[in-house]
Structure formats: C-alpha cells, structure tokens
Design a protein around this ligand. Structure first.
Ligand SMILES: [Zn+2]
Ligand SMILES: [Zn+2]
Length: 117
C-alpha cells in the first residue's frame, strides 16, 4: 500500500486525504527530519494554502480559517438596509454641517450687531 510520509516530521499515513490535511494545517509541523519547505510540499501535493480557500463572497477578503470567515460573513452579508443606513448617515452628516453653519451665522450676526456702523 502506498504510504505518504512527511519529510519534515516523519508523519506517515496511507490515506492521501489525511496527508493533505497534515500539510494544509495552519500550524505547520515541526521539523524533525528534513527541513523541506512546507510550501514546496504543498505544491507537490497540489494543496492551496488555507488562506486562499476561505474567501468571503461579498468582499473577497480571505481568511486563514473557516471560523474566522464565518464570523466575518455574519457581519458582511449584503444588508438590504445598508443603503438606507448609508443615506441616513449622509443626512445626519448634513444636519451637522447645517447646525455648524447656523452656529457660525449666529456668531457672525452677533458680531455684526456689535460693530458700530
Ligand atoms: Zn509533517
Ligand atoms: Zn466580506
């Protein structure tokens, strides 16, 4: 039976899928035998590194683990209210600017009234 042995840590398994899992772990195994770069092994076994496998469909951010992506996607879901919220924010900002200008105008009027003509 063909077995797959990790040249780094001597981990050995007959199951290719287990071996791939071993190589694709985020915590790369410790070198006990040969210091073969994990990237090289990943290329040999056609493994895409974890970080590119968990990608957000909405904003294309990628995460090194699935749970991080899951957590992100809960916040990243296209929100039907997002546009409304964005518009509300614009209105709030405009209100602030208007209030600012009103205050400035009031001060200016005060100042104008104080100046003897
Ligand atoms: Zn290993
Ligand atoms: Zn996203």
């Amino acid at each position: 039976m063909a077995s797959h042995t990790c040249p780094r840590c001597n981990y050995s398994t007959s199951k290719l899928s287990s071996f791939k899992t071993h190589l694709s772990k985020r915590d790369v195994c410790e070198v006990k035998n040969q210091d073969v770069p994990i990237d090289q092994l990943r290329v040999e076994y056609n493994i895409t590194p974890d970080k590119t496998t968990h990608q957000c469909k909405n904003c294309e951010k990628s995460y090194s683990c699935n749970s991080a992506l899951h957590y992100h996607s809960m916040k990243c879901k296209p929100d039907p209210n997002a546009k409304i919220l964005a518009l509300q924010n614009i209105i709030i900002q405009k209100d602030k600017i208007i209030n600012d200008l009103r205050e400035k105008l009031a001060k200016y009027e005060e100042w104008v009234n104080q100046v003897p003509m």
